[in-house]
Design a protein around this ligand. Sequence first.
Ligand SMILES: NC(=O)c1ccc[n+]([C@@H]2O[C@H](COP(=O)([O-])OP(=O)(O)OC[C@H]3O[C@@H](n4cnc5c(N)ncnc54)[C@H](OP(=O)(O)O)[C@@H]3O)[C@@H](O)[C@H]2O)c1
Length: 424
Amino acid sequence: MQRSASALSSSYAQLAPSVCARGRAHPQDRRYRQDACGVRHPHTAAQLRPRPGLGHSTPTSKWSGTGQLEPACGFHVNRRHYRLQRTLTVMPFPLLLLHQNITFYCDSYMKPLALIGAWYTARRSIGFLCEMYNLLRVHCTSRLFRQIDFVQKYGAWAVVTGATAGIGKCYAEELAHRGVNVILISRSEEKLKCVSSSIAEKYHVETSYIVADFSKGSEIYPSIKNALRDVEVGILVNNVGVFYDYPEYFGLLTEKKIWDIININMAAASMMVHLVLPGMLDRKKGAIVNVASAACYRPTPLAALYSGSKAFLDLFTRSLHYEYGSSGIFFQCITPYFIATDMTSFSSRLHNLPLLVPSDDVFCRHAVPTLGLSTRTAGYWIHHLTVLLQRCMPEWLCVFIIKHMLLYFRKEALSRIQHHNLEK
Ligand SMILES: NC(=O)c1ccc[n+]([C@@H]2O[C@H](COP(=O)([O-])OP(=O)(O)OC[C@H]3O[C@@H](n4cnc5c(N)ncnc54)[C@H](OP(=O)(O)O)[C@@H]3O)[C@@H](O)[C@H]2O)c1
């Protein structure tokens, strides 16, 4: 009698592993007991079969002597489980079997799953804290407490491409403000002369310029190389870049636009790095800044080639950082969102959002102090937060938002062009 009781008791432990593992059965639940004893429940036979991996080490029931198995102390079923058991009695047989299998396996995997969950949560939390620390370090401490002496750290001269307007011009001014002499490169000699003399006058630094049209491809680089031969370039800012006239489907771009983007956005940066790198390696110091765009992070419909060219710059910079980082050269990739410059003049709305779309000088006032602190930054703290937010979103959601935003800008630009043509 005793033997059969203990056998039944251990079978009970096998039969309801989740229950056994958790504790006491509901004392009033007669149906449950009957189930467990195999009197009424249709699955008793299958469940009584010993299951691999289930120990007999939780004999928590006792034989009542009345022919029924009584749940002993230490046996506990919580309310949820109790309700679940009630539902099970009305479940069709295959569903019941499926449910019991799932509960059985989930129960045995509960601890590893909990560990994985805890590890994932900890990882995400630590990642978030690191990002916040990085945001504060790059954008606050650099501006409030520490100003890097660029002349001493990298050298006396900086070369800035696309420097007659927008970000390039403001970046050159910010560097000059810190005592760095600047060489400006753009297409228009007139604009170059004007910007060059105004910087020299305002910031009391030496300035110079080189006229070059980067859309012309390989033919312009020998003259740039010649002009830079005797200059110890400490900082190179690869800022020059072009976007479409407005967001557009790739198939509707002209061939010229495609070649312009390849030559100006990608080839120019590669060739300029190739020109100044040997000198920097000799001096074992220098900084190279590549102005990419936040479009490099996610697929950007209606700006496919542009975003592809910026993704190239991003990966190019990060790869160079690992290639030459130990040689004393600092590589930085700047990835801003929209900035109110000529490039974004296709939408008047964009220029009316000063916090999200800063002016070029506000942007550069934030971006220049990050040089030497971060190898990859949005440059502006709100854009930095936006990048973090974007990273939390699934790709389909980001693409959905970007696509609809750019479609809206396209529509706005096309209607303006149409209106303009009608006025003519
Ligand atoms: N604006 C934004 O919202 C935004 C956002 C993210 C990233 N970016 C990136 O930031 C960089 C600067 O953008 P931006 O808005 O300041 O542009 P921008 O206002 O249009 O200025 C472009 C500059 O590049 C020069 N340039 C244009 N084509 C040239 C060519 N073929 N050869 C030589 N110089 C040329 C222009 O001078 P000339 O006309 O005198 O030649 C001008 O100085 C670009 O790489 C862009 O992709 C901009």
